[in-house]
Design a protein around this ligand. Structure first.
Ligand SMILES: NC(=O)N[C@@H](CC(=O)O)C(=O)O
Ligand SMILES: [Zn+2]
Ligand SMILES: [Zn+2]
Length: 421
């Protein structure tokens, strides 16, 4: 196995130091290595961990595969991703989660941790075989019907109770379906002006409020996907103050983009939950810094051209995220490296139970590392992305922070900003 000496990189943004990667681990610096990398001006972070990725395999390999999504993740500085269950067939059995897990191992670019569905076929009627997925080779700990809300409170309660046995967590897509029928964008001034049916903030907030109460009642773990409103932040703040075991994520796009973009009628901006107002964006940023929102998760949602480049009303919701997440977060938070490492690596690894990820790059840790050049600015070119899909809302934007290298357990997956395999 090739050993790497990274000279003079700022580890988690600290003073320049040498970092030695040998036999899959961070080693005591000193002595030679097979390869030397000049780390001057670079920042070394623990490999990023994405709790919310759509890889589309099985079923929509034309939009993304485990391999192409893994490559996009590595290029974005990730060493682990959690793959959502809304594939075709749905990842609601041990067989499907094991298939995704195995495909991830074969690609070998990031650790792919499958998420299992909460209900059979995401239909919201019967609980899926949560226990069989938990004890499968994929050792599933996160369950989610993402794309759909587990709207039935009795099913949600039973799912929360069930996963307690193995310290699992239910990741909820918080959307009261009766309040979002026909919804096209955030309900507010812009939707009124454009004449598009609105997706009101309360549809998200009402489910989060219900679910934190359910989680408190059964003493179980809840994770809230893609929090998008200032009101949701207040509900979460209240729940955390009461000691509810709830964690929450925000996406890069909800930290940057607003509902005004819908005025272009370009479906690249159509997403669930929808882009919200500038006041919501501000509240989400503050909540992330404060820790009321625990992590950044991409909700990387690749879609084929025919599903995205059509009339707004017919376009699928969702946007790419893996290859641009760190640059977006850097431009939003600035160079707060400890904070970035916590919100994009340490805490997501802890929530997902991914041992070996989210470390502090201490001697002896598995060498899951990403090297970033914060000074480099890069214009996003959709054609250059490793994802099989092209639905990035950032095309043409110039963003800070280039991922120079990524190491998965000591093996380079990205070098010189290029995928190694
Ligand atoms: N975020 C989206 O708009 N779409 C996601 C589903 C989801 O995360 O709800 C998808 O699977 O495309
Ligand atoms: Zn969702
Ligand atoms: Zn999603």
């Amino acid at each position: 196995m090739t050993s790497y000496l990274i000279r003079g990189a700022r580890i988690l943004g600290g003073e320049p130091a040498d970092l030695l990667i040998r036999d899959g681990r961070i080693a005591e610096p000193g002595g030679a290595a097979d390869e030397t990398i000049d780390g001057t001006g670079l920042v070394a972070l623990p490999g990023l961990v994405d709790l919310h990725t759509h890889l589309r395999e099985p079923g929509r390999e034309d939009a993304e595969t485990v391999e192409t999504g893994s490559r996009a993740a590595a290029l974005g500085g990730y060493t682990a991703v959690c793959a959502m269950a809304n594939t075709s067939p749905v990842a609601d059995t041990a067989g499907v989660v094991e298939q995704v897990w195995r495909l991830g191992r074969e690609a070998g670019l990031v650790d792919v941790q499958p998420i299992g569905a909460v209900t059979v076929g995401l239909a919201g009627e019967r609980l899926a075989e949560l226990g069989a997925m938990a004890t499968s080779a994929a050792t599933v700990r996160i369950f989610s019907d993402d794309g759909q809300c587990v709207a039935d409170p009795r099913l949600m309660r039973r799912a929360l109770e069930y996963v307690k046995a193995f310290d699992g967590v239910i990741a909820q897509h918080a959307e009261e379906p009766r309040l979002t029928e026909g919804a096209q964008m955030h309900e507010g001034e812009v939707s009124t002006r454009l004449g598009l049916t609105g997706w009101p903030a309360v549809a998200e907030e009402a489910i989060i409020a219900r679910d934190v109460l359910l989680a408190e009642h059964v003493g179980s773990r809840l994770h809230v996907c893609h929090v998008s409103t200032a009101g949701s932040v207040e509900v979460l703040r209240h729940a955390k103050a009461r000691g509810v075991r709830v964690t929450a994520e925000v996406t890069p796009h909800h930290l940057l983009l607003t509902d005004e973009l819908a005025a272009s009628y370009d479906p690249v901006y159509k997403v669930n939950p929808p882009l919200r107002t500038a006041a919501d964006v501000q509240a989400l940023r503050e909540a992330l810094v404060e820790g009321v929102i625990d992590i950044v998760a991409t909700d990387h949602a690749p879609h084929a051209v025919e599903d995205k480049e059509c009339e707004w009303a017919y376009a699928r919701p969702g946007m790419l995220g893996l290859e641009t997440a760190l640059p977006i977060v850097l431009s939003v938070l600035g160079e707060r490296w400890e904070l970035i490492a916590d919100r994009m690596s340490r805490t997501p690894a802890r929530i997902a139970g991914l041992d070996g990820h989210g470390g502090s790059l201490a001697v002896g840790d598995p060498a899951n590392v990403t090297l970033v050049d914060p000074a480099a600015r890069r214009q996003v070119d959709a054609a250059e992305l490793a994802s099989r899909s092209r639905n990035t809302p950032y095309a043409g934007m110039t963003l800070p922070g280039r991922i120079v290298a990524t190491f998965l357990r000591g093996e380079a997956t990205v070098l010189d900003g290029k995928a190694v395999k």
